[in-house]
Design a protein around this ligand. Structure first.
Ligand code: MG
Length: 385
């Protein structure tokens, strides 16, 4: 990079956001922070702002008084969706890392694309909700979408020419219930679901990893990012999380990307792409130390989320919007102790089977469906369970 890259982070106080700032701290001479947006964790946002000196900070709730420290008065304080819109309209920005969780990622991503700003996308829900529109817009406005999700980052690193690729192979650690019985999974507590064996992530994505819905969403994400048919996207369980994903070329050659599990690496790859720097380098890789890598077929019966995601993806239109909204609401209900872990996917399936799919929806239709499905899911949980 011949000059400092001007970057904003949406979701700077979350798991990906804080790790991105750790990467940027190591590469201070490469980046200039335009804006940091966090949800409601104003205290952390304030600490980040003092350290990284952004031009703007943005948080959700206007009612929360701004950080009182005088040192912060040099930053402009923005709020909520309007604030995010302003951040995503600042055309002096080179790259926006969209690292917030759930549906909150879609609007800012679209706004940034419309302003020709490149996106490092950590929020997979954006593509699950509205992948066709997002990718089409990105092509139209010449904005690059660089995946941060470790599997998609791996595939991005492997691909030279997508036209020569026959198959994407997405790896899944299998989550905390991989070798537990269905009965044990039915009785799973929130704490058990949140104890992921390999990755330390936010709560929503960790629950999604326990049901394998996360992998389901990643299948849809991969379909949009790389333009691959669902028939050519395969999931394989790989408990060690060393092979982050792979591609198979037409001639049968398989190229995989490997590394010790750390989100710092895909984040760093995405925000410095196409260059590479030492930055936060993981400890040097040793095949001999790792000694063995295991792979197995996913158990589609135990993890129905996978087939549900394939089904929604193949159906297309608003089916994936519905899948995402129902799942997200059900995950919140599980975290609130209202339903069991297995009910998350059961409820999502129920909502999807009752959904009247709109093909080629407009963005307004997507937001309308998203709202309707969320309400329906909440009512279903309240009234029938
Ligand atoms: Mg992932």
């Amino acid at each position: 990079m011949d000059r400092k890259r001007r970057i904003s982070i949406i979701g700077s106080t979350g798991s990906i956001g804080t790790q991105a700032l750790e990467v940027i701290e190591r590469l201070r001479d490469k980046f200039e922070i335009v804006a940091l947006a966090g949800g409601n964790n104003v205290e952390l946002l304030k600490l980040q702002a003092e350290k990284f000196k952004p031009e703007y900070i943005c948080y959700n709730n206007k009612a929360i008084s701004p950080p009182g420290d005088k040192s912060i008065s040099s930053y402009k304080i923005l709020h909520g969706e309007e604030g995010l819109e302003q951040i995503c309209s600042d055309r002096s920005t080179d790259l926006i890392l969209v690292a917030c969780s759930g549906k909150a990622g879609l609007k800012p991503t679209l706004k940034a694309i419309e302003n020709g700003i490149d996106i490092a996308l950590a929020n997979k829900e954006t593509l699950v909700m509205a992948g066709d529109i997002v990718m089409k817009k990105a092509r139209e406005y010449g904005s690059k979408i660089i995946p941060v999700d470790s599997e998609h980052c791996a595939i991005h690193q492997c691909i030279k020419d997508i036209r020569q690729v026959d198959k994407l192979i997405i790896t899944a650690s299998g989550g905390p219930f991989l070798h537990k019985s269905i009965e044990e999974m039915r009785k799973a507590t929130v704490k058990e679901a949140l104890s992921h064996p390999r990755w330390n992530m936010g709560r929503k994505i960790t629950v999604d990893s326990a049901t394998l819905m996360n992998k389901g969403l990643e299948i849809i994400e991969a379909h949009h990012l790389f333009g691959m048919d669902y028939d050519d996207i395969e999931v394989v369980i790989h408990p060690q999380s060393i092979v982050h994903s792979a591609i198979e070329y037409k001639d049968g050659s398989v190229i995989a990307q490997l590394g010790l599990p750390s989100m710092h690496i895909p984040i760093q790859y995405a925000i410095t792409y196409p260059e590479r720097f030492e930055g936060i380098k993981s400890k040097s890789f040793s095949f001999a130390e790792i000694a063995r890598l295991d792979f197995e077929k996913p158990d589609f019966e135990k993890f129905p989320a996978l087939n549900l995601a394939y089904f929604a993806g193949r159906t297309g239109g608003t089916a994936t919007t519905c899948l995402n909204a129902a799942n997200e609401e059900a995950v919140f209900a599980f975290l609130d102790g209202k339903i069991t872990l297995c009910q998350i996917v059961e409820i999502t399936e129920k909502m999807l089977s009752g959904h009247k799919v709109i093909q080629n929806p407009s963005i307004d239709e997507i937001f309308a469906i998203d709202g309707e499905v969320r309400e329906k899911t909440q009512n279903y949980i309240k009234n029938t369970l």
